[in-house]
Every structure is written in structure tokens, then in C-alpha cells.
Design a protein around this ligand. Structure first.
Ligand SMILES: Cc1cc2nc3c(=O)[nH]c(=O)nc-3n(C[C@H](O)[C@H](O)[C@H](O)COP(=O)(O)OP(=O)(O)OC[C@H]3O[C@@H](n4cnc5c(N)ncnc54)[C@H](O)[C@@H]3O)c2cc1C
Length: 478
């Protein structure tokens, strides 16, 4: 895992832990890649012919007007953690990474005004100094708020706080003709909902106002009421009730890992617990051990790296009984390096909780069938979280499962036609179950199918009464 050094806007060099030692986001070379390189390290780069690097909203408007005048199609990129060809182009790229300032913190309104390219974990750390934090944050320390808002944003507390976008109060974005638009739920609501989860298709988010909450993420310890399963049906039976009704819990994350000979699942339901010194000590020593191990991963000789990653992975397979909110949020980020060992590919969907069990079984069977037929996967993981979102459903009791099929790629690899076949079948399953795709991971390219799978497109089609799972099934012709 090691550290990456980065040159801050203030002109200082700052080091931060990095869970992908093998990938650099801060070089010209980085512009040729997205996260797909983690699943296919020998992938050919796609370099842009032009890169724009605005720092302010005024510069952003001027750049967009220039691009419009020149007839250039701009591709918006933050830090390239997506893997669905969203940030790659041979044409012009507009990078938001230098629009990375926290513009204001308003403690009376409990909101922060942020430039879109600021990294969400940095905002969280800044807020932590005053006893606050973002309600929803991803499990990686390098995701920007603009990128997160453009895909949705899910965390292990999303069943209480919604998606990241549900916590955006208002935003300013620049259309591709250069018009600055300010919008919120009460002002130009159609624009607001269109840009959120919009994958950079409708303009560039310049700034946004986000809610924060009172919370001490680094010192509040939660108790993990963990269940361990060796059988997939036991895992499904243990998770399904949580997907339907997670109330009473503080954070939830569960994972089923099938390594062929070894199969192991954990269901981690974190609840508040009386704060005691020994619980903090336990958290600090266990996580300190895992973080210490992982800091070296990615910097050691390959064989040693793999052993270190293996040891760190133990903490991901069997999360400890006590953890601070921050350690739950970051989960694997400081425990394993994604660029050590087998390449990995993710495919994520948003599944209505009523369909959870069936969808889980069918998706798992599909992945295992691919592994048997093509010998393309070294392991099959199924990572789940539960969420509800005002954006996805107007019914406050409608829960969704974020279902992440996480696969290890063998040396043989998965060939392009096999990958396309798998993605098509995943999309088919989603259409069948009224599920949506999380669009930053690989989806099919057919526009008609995408319009039924992309939460943003579905919401734009039915703006006033957001589709409920049953209606979505009707829309899908079921
Ligand atoms: C290790 C890792 C862990 C992750 N963990 C989580 C998690 O816990 N929860 C979760 O929800 N996601 C998670 N993600 C996914 C992550 O949220 C997405 O990859 C997301 O795209 C943010 O990454 P980014 O900031 O690099 O954006 P990019 O990948 O650069 O961009 C993503 C999309 O947003 C658009 N975009 C970016 N900025 C703007 C802007 N200012 N205006 C308009 N459009 C814009 C781009 O055009 C693109 O379509 C994880 C990803 C990785 C690699």
C-alpha cells in the first residue's frame, strides 16, 4: 500500500496512505487510464489530445465556452476511479483535480461549500477537527465529491443517511454551452436531479453545498455483531433480513468470499456500544496491526507483497469485533493494496431488497459458471451494503442492496467477448429483477438497455413519481 506524495495547492508536498501503490493519479500518464487497469493491468492507454485544468468557476466557464466554440466534446474526469469508459477519450479532457478547495464551512446550517474536485476524505478530516463529518463517504481516501455525486455515493451508513447525493443541498454547474446554473431541490429541481448521478453528461459541477453531521469518527467505537458463514445459503439467510430492515444498526457491510476450496462469509452489523478504554485499545491494536502490514504492501518483492496482502486480507474476510466509525468506513482501504496480487474487477448493482435473495443466488451462480467455463476468476466475492435513497424511491421504506460482484482475475484473464457476455447477463438479471446498475462499473453499451438500468435515466423518465421496483419491472416489460 505504501504512501503517495502529492503536491498540494499550497505548494507543499504531502504524503498520504494509498491503497494502490501501483497506480498514480497525478501524472500525465494517468490520463490514459481509469480503474479498469486494476482488472487488466496490460490494458492499452487511451490518451486525450488536450487537457484542461481549471481552478476556479470562472476558469471553468471560460474553458467550456472555448471548447463549445471549437466544437470540442469535453470528457469530465476527477481522479479516474470509475471503470466504465466514463473518463477516457482521445479528444479533450476537463480535469477537476485542481478545483480542490473547501470554500466555506457553515456550522449553524451544518453545511460545507466545496469545489467539485476536492477529495471527500480530506473534507471529512477537516470537519473531524471540529467534531463533524460527512454522513456518507466511500471506502477509499481519494474519491472526489464531484465524482461521488456523479455516480451516487454509497457508504455503510447509507441505510440511515441515503446516498451521498441525498446529502447535497444545492450545487452550481456549468452547462456545455458555458451557462452557470444554480439549483437545488426547490430551485430548478429538474436540473438538480439531472446533474446528480449524471456521469458528467449534462455539464460540469463546479461547487456544491453538502450537509455534515455531528460525529466523532476517529474516536467512536462500534461493536460488530458479526456472524460468520461457511455456506452461501446461510449467508443469504443471515443478510436478507438486514436488507429488508436494517433499523437498530449503525452501519452494515457483509461479504461472501468464494476462493474455490475455501468459502467464507461475514455479516458485520455495527451497533453503538458504551465507550470504554479497552474497546478503543482493541480497535487501535487490531487495526494498527492491519494498517501497519498494509503500509508495506506494494513496496516489497512480489512474493513477500502477496504474503503481506494475504495477512491484511484476513481483516477484510473477518472484520474485528470493535472498530471506530472511520475504520468501518474505510474498511479495506488501509488493509489491502488493490494493485498487489490478482487483478480484480467489480460489477455493481442496486437491487430492491425484495429481490435480494433471488438476485444474489443468480448472480453468484452466473459468476461461478463463468469461472468453471472460462477459468477466468481466481475468486468470486459478493459484497453487500444496504441503502435507501430519496433519489431512487419516494417510499422511505424502500431499501436497496448495493451488490458488488468482486472477482479476482486469473493469469489467463477474461477475454473481451467473455467480459461482454458476462456484463450482458448481469444487465439481463438486473432488468429481470427491477434492479439498477451502479454506472461507474462496467455496463452494456446499448442506449436503450442503459436507459432502463441507469438510475439517472430512469429518474429523468419518471421525474414526478419515481419508479418503485414494481413499476421498474413494468418499464422493463416484465
Ligand atoms: C478503491 C475504490 C473504492 C471505492 N469505494 C466506493 C464506495 O465505498 N462507495 C461508492 O459509492 N463508490 C466507491 N467507489 C467508486 C467511486 O465512487 C467512483 O469511482 C466515482 O467515480 C468517484 O471517483 P472519482 O472521483 O475518481 O471520479 P471519476 O472516476 O474521475 O469520475 C466519475 C464520473 O463522474 C463524472 N464527473 C466527475 N467529476 C465531475 C464533475 N465535477 N461534474 C460532472 N461530472 C463529473 C465523470 O465524468 C465520470 O462520469 C470506489 C472506487 C474505488 C476505486
Amino acid at each position: 500500500m505504501g504512501y503517495i506524495a502529492r503536491f498540494t495547492p499550497k505548494g507543499t508536498i504531502e504524503q498520504r496512505p494509498c491503497s494502490h501503490e501501483g497506480i498514480d493519479h497525478d501524472s500525465l500518464d494517468a490520463f490514459g487510464y481509469d480503474w479498469e487497469q486494476v482488472g487488466q493491468p496490460d490494458i492499452a492507454p487511451v490518451y486525450p489530445s488536450k487537457i484542461y485544468l481549471p481552478q476556479t468557476t470562472d476558469e471553468l466557464i471560460a474553458i467550456i465556452k472555448e471548447a463549445h466554440r471549437l466544437g470540442e466534446k469535453l470528457t469530465i474526469r476527477s481522479r479516474g476511479h470509475s471503470s466504465n469508459d466514463l473518463v477516457l477519450t482521445r479528444g479533450a479532457v476537463l480535469s477537476t483535480t485542481r478545483m480542490n478547495q473547501v470554500l466555506a464551512i457553515d456550522e449553524s446550517a451544518m453545511t460545507a461549500t466545496l469545489q467539485a474536485g476536492v477529495v471527500s476524505a480530506d473534507v471529512d478530516d477537516l470537519l473531524a477537527k471540529s467534531g463533524y463529518g460527512l454522513p456518507v463517504i466511500g471506502d477509499h481516501n481519494d474519491i472526489t465529491v464531484g465524482g461521488f455525486a456523479s455516480v451516487g455515493g454509497i457508504g455503510p451508513a447509507s441505510f440511515r443517511h441515503g446516498l451521498f447525493i441525498d446529502n447535497v443541498v444545492s450545487l452550481q454547474y456549468v452547462t456545455f454551452t458555458g451557462e452557470l446554473i444554480e439549483c437545488s431541490r426547490s430551485q430548478r429541481a429538474d436540473d438538480f436531479y439531472k446533474v446528480l448521478l449524471g456521469l458528467g453528461q449534462f455539464g460540469v459541477i463546479a461547487t456544491m453545498v453538502c450537509k455534515f453531521i455531528k460525529v466523532d469518527k476517529y474516536n467512536t467505537v462500534l461493536r460488530n455483531h458479526r456472524q460468520v458463514c461457511h455456506d452461501v445459503e446461510a449467508f443469504i439467510a443471515g443478510t436478507e433480513p438486514l436488507m429488508r430492515d436494517p433499523s437498530g444498526n449503525y452501519m452494515i457491510r457483509a461479504a461472501w468470499n468464494d476462493l474455490g476450496a475455501v468459502k467464507l462469509g461475514h455479516i458485520s452489523a455495527y451497533r453503538q456500544t458504551p465507550q470504554r478504554g479497552w474497546k478503543s485499545l482493541l480497535d487501535r491494536s487490531v487495526y494498527g496491526y492491519f494498517h501497519g502490514l498494509a503500509q508495506r504492501a506494494g513496496t516489497l518483492p512480489t512474493a513477500v507483497d502477496k504474503v503481506v496482502k494475504g495477512l491484511g486480507t484476513a481483516g477484510v474476510f473477518l472484520p474485528p469485533h470493535y472498530a471506530t466509525i472511520k475504520n468501518v468506513e474505510f474498511f479495506s482501504d488501509r488493509m489491502v493494496d488493490s494493485t498487489v496480487g490478482d487483478p480484480t474487477r467489480w460489477f455493481i448493482m442496486l437491487v430492491p431488497s425484495q429481490q435480494y435473495a433471488e438476485m444474489f443466488r443468480q448472480l453468484y451462480e452466473l459468476a461461478c459458471a463463468f469461472r468453471a467455463r472460462y477459468e477466468c476468476f481466481s475468486f468470486v466475492g459478493m459484497y453487500v451494503k444496504v441503502l435507501r435513497s430519496e433519489y431512487l424511491s419516494s417510499d422511505p421504506d424502500q431499501y436497496y442492496c448495493e451488490m458488488n460482484l468482486l472477482t479476482g482475475i486469473t493469469e489467463r484473464g477474461i477475454q473481451p467477448d467473455e467480459l461482454a457476455e458476462l456484463v450482458d447477463q448481469i444487465d439481463d438479471l438486473c432488468l429481470h429483477h427491477g434492479a439498477l446498475r451502479y454506472m461507474h462499473t462496467k455496463t452494456g453499451k446499448d442506449p436503450q438497455r442503459r436507459s432502463l438500468l441507469d438510475p439517472n435515466a430512469v429518474r429523468r423518465r419518471v421525474p414526478t413519481a419515481r419508479p418503485q421496483p414494481a413499476q421498474v419491472a413494468v418499464l422493463h416489460g416484465k
